[in-house]
Design a protein around this ligand. Structure first.
Ligand SMILES: *Cc1c(COP(=O)(O)O)cnc(C)c1O
Length: 400
């Protein structure tokens, strides 16, 4: 049964609070069924019962590769080309450092103003650390292809803009990068599990992403890193930890990288988080990414047309053309923060990004058109009756 193509949504694969419409799966995916039991088993039977034997008998040490291979199908990646660990920011650093090593004569890291700040910060920190005159060049998203010149060592681009959902054409940008001799590094934070991705076809050198967003791996879930298989032997890891060594348990004094993708591992894997993720990925069994994309565009289009019909004071800031959009839709509104708080109080969960962006993620695994229409009705009610204008919705929380 496992591989049979399923119809969407598959709500019964998730634990969703009764009555809640969850439009924030782009930020933290919900709890998939089976996770609680799997983690409990890992704690009680494996850790509690097997103790250190569990590294072997329960397959803990191979978990990063096993989970990487489970993600590969969703990203069009070859077997054994993805491994797991650390957080996305760390994986960005690793991929970026390796990219610069591949182009020692070039000094520019190209990114765009739609990138998530942490990626830019990691680039800035790496440049400062290397102290070799590198430059982070940030251009508007629409200018990326034109900015790819022979000065560029690496294009570090996040495919889907976290604020607006605007999506880069992976094939087009990768070809432009390669045409000028640059390395292509994709951040798939808002792509993995949101849109079909074909890493093999793209021919990009590196891809990274997190797993707590559309992949539902839970808070603190480890990140993934992909390296194009023909290149792995040339990659020199900047974070040369023992589990990226060719023979970790030989405990040699000198670092020798593993011959394969395992060289991108660093230290001890987060077993409980990986157990969560490994089980969470079962929610994708039989899900065809083209079906998912179709459903996602339908939900997003319904949302846009309903909001525009019922809430004229909101301004769409996502691309109207679905082909240029990931799986989220954003509207600008001056009182966006208070508005999102008022919606949360009504069990419609979206989020807010400064200065005035209300984001709504569309996740066809557990959302259907009825949910979307109901969410818009509540949105319209909150707006029409100025319910956001209450004092309790004005104070800003630490996490928005
Ligand atoms: C969510 C996100 C991050 C977060 O990085 P962590 O290290 O996992 O906290 C980084 N980059 C992008 C593009 C993101 O969307």
């Amino acid at each position: 049964m496992k591989d049979q193509r399923v119809n969407l949504p598959v709500k019964d694969r998730f634990v969703l609070p009764e009555g809640m419409i969850y439009l924030d799966g782009n930020s933290l995916g919900p709890l998939p069924c089976g996770v609680e039991q799997a983690v409990s088993n890992a704690v009680t039977a494996q850790w509690g019962g097997h103790l250190i034997k569990a590294w072997n008998v329960d397959g803990w040490m191979n978990q990063p590769m096993r989970v990487g291979n489970k993600i590969s199908r969703l990203l069009g990646a070859a077997k054994d080309s993805i491994t797991m660990g650390d957080t996305l920011s760390v994986k960005v650093f690793q991929a970026l450092a390796s990219s610069l090593k591949l182009r020692p004569d070039r000094k520019v890291i190209l990114s765009d103003s739609g990138n998530f700040p942490s990626d830019l910060y990691m680039a800035q920190g790496l440049i400062q650390h290397l102290d070799q005159g590198h430059e982070l060049r940030i251009v508007p998203p629409e200018d990326v292809a034109a900015a790819l010149t022979d000065e560029v060592a690496v294009a570090m681009i996040t495919q889907v803009d976290y604020r607006t959902g605007r999506m880069h054409d992976m094939q087009h940008v990768t070809q432009a990068a390669h045409a000028c001799g640059a390395v292509m590094l994709w951040d798939l934070a808002h792509s993995a599990g949101a849109v079909p991705v074909d890493l093999t076809k793209s021919q990009c050198e590196f891809a990274v992403g997190c797993t707590y967003k559309y992949l539902n791996g839970g808070p603190g879930a480890p990140a993934f890193i992909y390296v194009r298989p023909d290149l792995i032997g040339q990659i020199s890891p900047a974070l040369s930890g023992w589990l990226g060594h060719d023979a970790p348990f030989a405990f040699e004094s000198n670092y020798r990288p593993a011959p394969d993708i395992e060289r991108m591992r660093v230290g001890t894997p987060p077993v409980l988080q990986l157990t969560t993720l490994e089980t969470a990925l079962d929610a994708w069994d039989g899900v065809d990414m083209q079906d998912l994309r179709k459903a996602s565009l339908h939900l997003s289009d319904v949302f846009i047309s309903q909001v525009e019909a019922k809430c004229p004071s909101l301004t769409l800031i996502s691309p109207r053309n679905g082909a240029e959009r990931g799986s989220q839709v954003s509207f600008a509104f001056d009182h966006g923060y208070a508005m999102v708080q008022a919606l949360i109080a009504r069990d419609v969960i979206g989020d807010f990004r400064a200065p005035n962006v209300m984001r709504f993620g569309f996740t066809p695994l557990y959302l259907d058109e009825t949910d979307v229409r109901r969410a818009v009705d509540i949105l319209a009610d909150v707006l029409d009756n100025r319910l956001w204008d209450r004092p309790e919705f004005q104070s800003v929380n630490h996490v928005t």
